[in-house]
Write a new protein. Structure first.
Length: 174
């Protein structure tokens, strides 16, 4: 019989941060290549389509009972506010996007949130009101009802997916 190693919480956090750094770097590498190949406008649309598909897959797994994000190491703080919003500070991905001065490409990753939530319940979406990966001090996320158009864009995975999260859309296209 072998004994189970107990790993201290701070080591777990470091390991998750390593994985999150690698995820952020992979996202930036793919995103940069896609934009270089297709141009900024078409490239962003392709990236959002891929991230939304990724989010759909994540949401479908969560719906089946699989875990969402790790509790530690993804962000420094995650709390539900009195206004039924979620306040997230210290996003590991946003730190890497900032380090590489790639907020515009990095923040496209944040489309994962509405996609994940819509895959779990097409009638609602988790969207940003502030976004650390866009250069804000933190992320504020809220759950809002989807529109018929949101659901159609998500189902078709068309170019108008970019409008599903109005805050990100305005940050990236205005």
């Amino acid at each position: 019989m072998h004994s189970e190693e107990v790993i201290p919480k701070n080591e777990v956090i470091k390991e998750v941060q390593v994985a999150m750094t690698r995820l952020a770097l992979m996202h930036l590498a793919y995103a940069k290549t896609i934009v270089e190949e297709f141009g900024v406008e078409k490239g962003r649309e392709v990236i959002i389509k891929a991230i939304m598909d990724y989010g759909r897959k994540v949401g479908e797994r969560i719906k089946k009972g699989f875990a969402d994000l790790p509790k530690y190491g993804v962000h420094e703080q995650f709390e539900k506010t009195l206004e039924d919003a979620y306040l997230v500070t210290g996003c590991s991905l946003a730190k890497i996007f900032k380090e590489y001065d790639e907020l515009a490409l990095g923040s496209l990753y944040c489309y994962v949130d509405p996609a994940k939530s819509m895959a779990m319940n097409p009638r609602e979406k988790l969207i940003h009101k502030t976004c650390e990966a866009c250069g804000d001090a933190n992320c504020t996320l809220v759950v809002e009802p989807t529109t018929k158009e949101d659901r159609q864009h998500f189902e078709k995975m068309d170019a108008e997916l970019k409008t599903i999260n109005p805050y990100l859309y305005h940050k990236l296209w205005d």
